[in-house]
Design a protein around this ligand. Structure first.
Ligand code: AVJ
Length: 353
């Protein structure tokens, strides 16, 4: 994302009004008993929303899709017949957990970035064949709901101790990798095709960040969805039950609730597009009619034209060699790739040699 700050277009009077309302709104939030950390998080959310809605095309960051309801809706998406990522990856982990963990000698620590429900990590930990020492698991996620759920799931796995980090990937990774309790080898997990949310330059930067946090003998396991026919890709992101639409639209519900937004949900529809040139599925919220939307805590009033969209997410789709090349460019050695040809999904092991 460009680092130039683009300020939302608002007229002087509107801006002053919006600012006062925003300050009032945030003060009320704090009075309602939100912690200082929550207030900070909300201010950052407000600043990101103000910056991203001023871009052309308008954008919102996918990480904000995961409030309590959004996380539940995402769990529901994973059960949809048209969204095969979760089941394909689970199959691969069930079949190959032993081989995946055996390839890292003296494995004592696992760091999962974006832990979701913790179920995959439980499969992997449960499938570890040789376990000389207890496994220390670090869960990194920005969603407290996801951390809670994962910690509870992992509590049922013997010889595993859990540390949670409510943080973005990079910060959580740094916290976990610099843990004074670190000994033996570490395996970082980046599953569920979360890599797909990164634009190419961000994906490269991500691989380099993980590489820097690791030492010789450590590993990185990446799950990535593969390119497949357009009809299948679009159905996976615009399902006939409307669950993905609810997931996408919930971002506007969240802005209304947390930032005092005035989005009328009836005016926006969910859209999924396959962008073949960029090899990504894009989610957009399409605005049906021209209108003005105020977001008090962000201090903005945003003009929408009929047909304009807010781009909320990209899910890049890979071919297996492209995943390997990304990791190798960051200095990893590419180990084995386990592929589910039916659903089109790959789990790739990288090693620090
Ligand atoms: C969790 C980012 C991997 O991109 O497939 C599911 C999120 N968005 N349906 C994905 C998502 C719409 C998902 N990731």
């Amino acid at each position: 994302m460009s680092k130039a700050l683009v300020h939302p277009r608002v007229d002087a009077v509107g801006e002053a009004t919006a600012r006062r309302d925003g300050a009032t709104f945030l003060a009320e939030v704090e009075l309602r008993g939100a912690s200082a950390a929550e207030a900070d998080a909300r201010r950052e959310f407000a600043a990101d929303v103000a910056r991203d809605l001023a871009l052309r095309p308008k954008r919102l960051q996918p990480k904000y899709l995961y409030d309590a309801l959004g996380s539940r809706l995402f769990e529901a998406i994973c059960e949809l017949p048209w969204y095969r990522i979760t089941r394909a990856e689970r199959r691969l982990l069930e079949l190959h957990a032993g081989a995946m963990t055996d390839s890292i000698a003296d494995l004592t620590g696992v760091i999962e970035l974006g832990c979701g429900s913790g179920e995959k990590l439980a499969l992997l930990a449960g499938g570890m064949r040789r376990r000389a020492r207890p496994l220390r698991v670090h869960l990194v996620d920005i969603s407290p709901a996801a951390l809670d759920l994962s910690a509870r799931t992992l509590a049922t796995v013997p010889h595993v101790s859990v540390v949670t980090h409510r943080a973005a990937y990079e910060v959580g990774l740094r916290q976990a990798a610099t843990s004074p309790l670190r000994h033996g080898a570490t395996l970082v997990l980046f599953l569920g095709s979360n890599i797909g949310n990164f634009h190419p330059a961000e994906a490269d930067a991500f691989f380099r960040t993980v590489r820097r946090a690791l030492r010789r003998g450590d590993g990185l396991l990446v799950g990535a969805d593969l390119v497949k026919p357009e009809v299948d890709l679009v159905r996976a992101y615009d399902d006939p039950l409307g669950v993905t639409a609810a997931f996408d639209l919930n971002l506007l519900v969240r802005i209304n609730r947390e930032l005092g937004g005035t989005f009328d949900l009836a005016d926006f529809t969910h859209e999924a597009r396959w962008n073949a040139a960029e090899s990504r599925v894009e989610m957009h919220l399409h605005c049906r009619r021209s209108q003005q939307v105020a977001i008090a805590a962000a201090g903005i009033s945003v003009a929408f034209e009929a047909g304009e969209t807010i781009w909320t997410e990209s899910s890049y789709k890979y071919v297996p060699d492209a995943i390997a090349a990304r990791g190798e460019a960051a200095g990893f050695a590419c180990g084995e790739q386990w592929i589910d040809a039916d659903a089109g999904f790959a789990v790739t092991l990288f090693r620090v040699d």
